[in-house]
Design a protein around this ligand. Structure first.
Ligand code: ZN
Length: 286
């Protein structure tokens, strides 16, 4: 592997003077069958290839966003509390957001907000440190209320999947900010409840409307550029019909308005734009 475990991308500035950098927090190898769900292998294998264990080489991408004198980290990776066997199965290398930030010269103590797209292990595992304390000591952690409630709910599908302990540790420390729907954290940075992937999944909309370019961080609603076709539902989408409809609405808008796209598991250069195809679909713009 030639790329480093941790790296930080060049800053890009969006409308309202919002600056975004991609922080690579390690590697992650999801099972290709699960990741592509309903999509037949002959179709997805045009875009990427699986390793000898049937896994795809992906990244754990965080964003470091600066706006209005505030610093926002989007996603926390797997953290350090996964068991070795799980790390092996899922091909996790790195995954500690504090280590990733320090490796690129950034201090987790300087972060004001941490946005969790949802509470699966590869996004919310790094909410706390090895001792179970909030890993970002001065941050408020932003989670959709629906997601926090789902984590504690009685749906069998969700039990044991969500990072409930991490959520509760952050709540007990008084650092949890539950939000409902579309909320502006600071000027030019908004979270938007999308649902679909999980009950309370959220995306992040970046850049003030009418003041320059805009961007979106998709969370696992679209984990990589390979999953831009809106019907390409992953086996991990809890609400696939809702996911398809929300993807269609947002992808359409992203293509029409030229939003720059950040994907949480994409191993390639980010951001990219989405364009319409001549067959009424959408794809990554070259
Ligand atoms: Zn994920």
């Amino acid at each position: 592997m030639t790329e480093p475990l941790h790296e930080i991308g060049e800053p890009r500035t969006y409308g309202g003077n919002v600056t975004v950098r991609v922080v690579r927090a390690g590697w992650f190898r999801p099972d290709a069958g699960g990741f592509f769900g309903v999509v037949p292998r002959p179709l997805w294998s045009r875009l990427t290839e699986a390793d000898e264990r049937g896994r795809l080489l992906c990244r754990l991408n965080l964003l470091l966003v600066e706006a209005g004198g505030r610093r926002i980290v989007v996603e926390t990776g797997t953290g350090v509390r996964m068991e070795a066997k799980d790390r092996d199965i899922k091909g996790v290398e790195g995954g500690d957001p504090a280590e990733a930030l320090r490796a690129v010269g950034e201090d987790p103590g300087s972060v004001d907000f941490v946005v969790l797209s949802h509470l699966h292990y590869d996004h919310a595992g790094g909410m706390v440190d090895a001792d179970g304390r909030p890993l970002f000591p001065n941050a408020r952690y932003v989670v959709q209320r629906d997601e926090a409630e789902a984590a504690h709910g009685d749906e069998l599908r969700v039990q044991g999947i969500m990072e409930v302990e991490q959520l509760d540790a952050v709540r007990a420390a008084g650092q949890l900010a539950e939000v409902d729907g579309e909320v502006e954290l600071v000027e030019g940075v908004r979270v938007l409840r999308t649902g679909g992937h999980t009950r309370g999944s959220q995306a992040v909309l970046i850049g003030s409307e009418g003041r320059g370019e805009r961007a979106i961080f998709w969370g696992d609603l679209i984990p990589t550029r390979w999953q831009i076709p809106v019907r390409w539902t992953s086996a991990y989408d809890d609400y696939p019909v809702e996911a398809i409809e929300m993807r269609d609405r947002l992808v359409r808008q992203a293509a029409a308005e030229g939003w720059w796209c950040y994907f949480t598991h994409d191993p390639g250069d980010l951001p990219i734009r989405i364009e319409a195809t001549d067959r009424r679909g959408f794809r990554a713009a070259e």
